[in-house]
Design a protein around this ligand. Structure first.
Ligand code: NAI
Ligand code: HPV
Length: 387
């Protein structure tokens, strides 16, 4: 029996994939695995028993990764599963920033509905007029799952698209329309684009990457869209630019006291991934990844441990070890197993930065004592007997 705990509501389409041997617990401390969306985990203590956290979504800035890693907790996310939902919000954001559709609707809602409503509407409409996005320059910072989709969609809408991503993945590059200009100097985007949208993860390296200096370079009347994270942008500087008439609109998916109800901002309450499709996709992917990890020890789409695929164990036993990526670890593992007379059938050792993961299939069942001896090795964070 496995226990899972949901820190946020998770789509039933995903949770229904758990077979009967999985139970949804109401107590986080009992969980083998935790599913989460945007809930802040930085001040939570997860139990020793918890082996995995699955973020049903992309951004993992709500999870203390270093702390989890050192507890041997594998953190998963669901790359691309909600990207289409965000893409559609970005397109909507560009349209709403270009024409005063919201102002027009609000004006109409306040009107008395009388026989002459059509006549009054025709007379007033000029105050809500705007511009088209076709033919305008769009700069995209971050060409990952979302950035690529926004870029391709914008091409179809007739925009001239400039993309910047020094770390673009081969997959993303394959999916990118050939009509997109790949820019190596981010300042070119700041200088030349009419619309700028940011799609990078929030990390120490990207925090406040758009600040006063970047805004100063931008064209007058630029529209800045932020469906990634509020802390990527110096929003005090944005509000000053909006006030000064330098920036036309700031479209953001993140409400906070700086931007909520500020003039010329369009703020949505973190709706990017809030579609039936995105919620289902994320939940299904998260659940499948968790099950493969809990039952087979396989890792796919982890943000803190390397990928590892040993399939289903066909030998008598399997154990997995989460540990630091330093010399002499494997030799210590094989010594413990050798001393206990355990024969290794297959072994996988993978690393991701400072951390590593070892999967060992053996020809006889593994005892708790052997697992304890492995766990006692310095810089071993977790040992699991899978079979
Ligand atoms: N508003 C919402 O509901 C949602 C927001 N997000 C946010 O959007 C972010 C991006 O999501 P995805 O596209 O799915 O992630 P992704 O991981 O597929 O793409 C991120 C891209 O940013 C690039 N990048 C990293 N640092 C960069 C830098 N300094 N300059 C330029 N590019 C850089 C990476 O190379 C990668 O290609 C997430 O981390 C999350 O914070 C994601 C989904 C929903
Ligand atoms: O996937 C992401 O990074 C998101 O921001 C979506 O967050 P949510 O799952 O809607 O709370």
């Amino acid at each position: 029996m496995y226990e899972y705990y949901c820190l946020n509501p998770i789509s039933a389409v995903g949770l229904d994939k758990f077979p009967a041997k999985y139970e949804n617990t109401e107590c986080m401390q009992e969980a083998d695995a935790i599913l989460v969306r945007s809930a802040d985990m930085h001040n939570l203590e997860v139990a020793e028993k918890t082996a995995a956290v699955a973020r049903a979504g992309a951004g993992v800035n709500n999870i203390p990764l270093e702390k989890m890693t050192k507890k041997g907790v594998v953190v998963f996310n669901t790359p691309g599963a909600n990207a289409n939902g965000v893409k559609e919000m970005v397109i909507a954001g560009m349209l709403l920033a270009s024409r005063d559709i919201i102002g027009g609707i609000e004006w109409l809602e306040k009107q008395d509905v009388t026989e002459d409503i059509a006549k009054r509407a025709e007379k007033q409409k000029k105050q809500f007029a705007g511009c088209e996005i076709s033919g305008k320059k769009l700069g995209i910072i971050g060409l990952g799952a979302i950035g690529v989709r926004v870029a391709n969609a914008a091409i179809h809408l007739g925009m001239e698209v400039y993309g910047y991503d020094p770390y673009i993945s081969v997959d993303a590059a394959w999916n990118l329309s050939r009509s997109i200009y790949h820019i190596n100097d981010i300042n070119m985007i700041y200088r030349d684009c009419d619309y700028i949208t940011i799609h990078v993860p929030l990390t120490d390296a990207t925090r406040k990457m758009i600040g006063k200096e970047e805004i100063a370079q931008m064209k007058d009347d630029v529209v800045l869209l932020n469906f990634a994270r509020d802390l990527l942008v110096d929003e005090e500087a944005v509000c000053e630019a909006l006030k000064a008439g330098k920036m036309k609109k700031y479209v953001t998916d993140f409400a906070n006291p700086t931007v909520a109800n500020a003039p010329n901002t369009l703020v949505t309450p973190h709706l990017g991934a809030s579609t039936e499709e995105s919620e289902d996709n994320c939940a299904v992917m998260a659940v499948k990844q968790l099950m493969d990890y809990l039952e087979n020890g396989n890792i796919k789409n982890s943000v803190n441990y390397p990928s590892c695929d040993g399939g289903t164990c066909i030998d008598a036993g399997r154990l997995t070890i989460n540990h630091k990526n330093i010399p002499n670890m494997i030799s210590q593992f094989t010594k413990v197993l050798g001393d206990a007379g355990v024969n290794i059938a297959n072994m996988i050792n993978k690393s991701k930065g400072d951390y590593a993961y070892t999967m060992i299939d053996v020809t006889m069942p593994i005892s708790k004592e052997v697992a304890q001896a492995l766990k006692a090795i310095e810089e071993v964070y977790r040992v699991r007997i899978i079979k």
